[in-house]
Write a protein that binds this ligand. Structure first.
Ligand code: CTP
Length: 435
């Protein structure tokens, strides 16, 4: 099976032998420049992250980078001999440096050292990587990595502002503990974060460019006393993957997340909550100017009527808890006169399609994605399968796949339905900004 969203060729989703695969960067040419810094060891993983998303990666190292990491590692991971010299007659005969500059659809320099950034500012052509940056018409993206004082130095900051003015994209740096023992801004972003951020740059604006998507994810916790709570097995992985996929599809993403053990997806604004009531309040607060709400969260349906101020002591043989309903966040948004396009999730242990269809109608949703949950299924595991139903009788089955791939396929499907709905609506305001 394959489908593509109207007018967005980059958003095709392929399925081969039942395996959905993220076609995001398929066949895209990434020239990865590695310069001299301790973060160069992370560039090896970055090659893997880019290759696994389908990119063809040509690594170009500076002389200083070779002091930190061997070319063989990059050659093995990228499947291409590393280039590091303007004067390598054999490599130039295979593909001259001007040809290489034209081959690149994106030049990514990670790590970008203070020295390399300064050379970039001055338009130097004193090694292969700097020459390629001068000769290419492809977008240039840099992920700086250096000692925090070097980053803070006025010279580096002036260089960064010049590069930004020239439309060089700057990713990071992150703040934290550095290899030199100091703490502050200057750490290279993590490889997955870099890959997430360059993906939309490579594949164009994406079907959700200019749209704001609000996503709920993870479980909620409903307190019993200061040390105990009622919760569920949701890991948040599906919701986080959906957030990442919407970001890669160009959306501005706000993720309202219950407590999970996951890192915030790159480029996504996270709002952390604990209880169903907090999640409800956060969704209400973030709703203005939102075009899509995707509710993946496993929100507690009930919370304790009373929360003990002190730890409940073990006295009687049995203990009964009185629980009361929480507000249904999804249904409350769906009941609004001016509402976003709404995608709900349904966690079911039985009669999946029947229950999901009933929820689609009862909660007045535009689309529902049903999971079969239960022993080692959907909750707290790495892969999942979805049955997707939408208004008007539409139905699609997304085959079992890792959650990240499934999320990409789901976002492509939502895009087709969202666009179809927008085309069929005489009143464009209905799903316009709510704020
Ligand atoms: N949901 C919500 N607020 C709640 C409960 C659920 O927003 N208080 C949302 C979930 O995020 C999901 C959808 O409603 O998108 C369906 O959740 P699910 O737990 O499958 O269904 P329930 O409505 O809770 O019904 P039931 O537990 O009886 O199946």
């Amino acid at each position: 099976m394959a489908f593509a969203c109207d007018g967005h060729i980059g958003w095709a989703w392929h399925e081969t032998a039942g395996v959905a695969d993220n076609a995001g960067m398929r066949g895209k040419h990434v020239l990865l420049g590695v310069t001299g810094g301790i973060a160069a060891y992370k560039s090896a993983e970055l090659v893997r992250r880019l290759v696994e998303r389908g990119a063809e990666v040509q690594v170009v190292m500076t002389a200083a980078a070779r002091e930190f990491i061997g070319a063989t590692t990059f050659q093995a991971l990228s499947g291409r001999p590393v280039r590091d010299s303007l004067w390598d007659a054999n490599a130039e005969a295979a593909m001259g440096h001007i040809e290489l500059a034209r081959w690149a659809e994106l030049v990514l320099v990670a790590p970008a050292s203070a020295d390399f950034l300064a050379r970039l500012v001055h338009g130097r052509a004193d090694d292969l990587l700097a020459t390629l940056c001068l000769a290419t018409t492809a977008p240039i993206v840099v992920a700086p990595a250096m000692n925090q004082q070097m980053w803070a130095n006025a010279a580096t900051q002036a260089n960064m502002s010049t590069l930004r003015q020239r439309a060089v994209q700057v990713l990071g740096p992150a703040s934290g503990e550095q290899a030199c023992g100091e703490v502050g801004p200057g750490r290279m972003l993590e490889p997955t974060e870099i890959a997430d951020l360059v993906e939309p740059l490579l594949i164009g604006p994406g079907p959700f460019s200019g749209k704001r998507v609000l996503i709920t994810a993870g479980p909620t916790r409903e307190c019993l006393d200061p040390v105990r709570f009622v919760s569920n097995r949701s890991s948040g992985k599906m919701g986080y993957a959906v957030a990442q996929a919407f970001r890669a599809a160009g959306a501005e993403v706000v993720l309202v997340s219950g407590p999970v053990a996951l890192a915030a997806p790159a480029g996504v604004r996270c709002v952390w909550v604990e209880s169903a009531a907090q999640m409800y309040a956060a969704v209400q607060q973030e709703l203005p100017a939102t075009q899509l709400l995707v509710a993946t969260a496993a929100v507690a349906d009930y919370r304790p009527v009373e929360v003990a101020e002190r730890k409940i002591k073990k006295k009687a043989e049995t203990l009964s808890l009185e629980l009361t309903r929480t507000t249904d966040i999804l249904a409350s948004v769906a009941a609004l006169a001016q509402r976003p396009y709404i995608v709900g999730f349904a966690a079911e242990t039985d009669a999946v399609e029947q229950h999901a269809r009933e929820k689609l109608l009862r909660k007045n949703l535009d689309m529902i994605c049903a999971n079969e949950v239960g022993a080692a299924k959907a909750f707290d595991c790495e892969d999942n399968a979805l049955l997707v139903l939408w208004r008007g009788g539409g139905r699609a089955e997304l085959a079992r796949a890792p959650k990240r791939e499934l999320a990409t396929a789901l976002v492509a499907l939502i895009a087709t339905q969202y666009q179809a709905r927008a085309r069929s609506e005489p009143q464009p305001e209905r799903r316009q900004d709510l704020g």
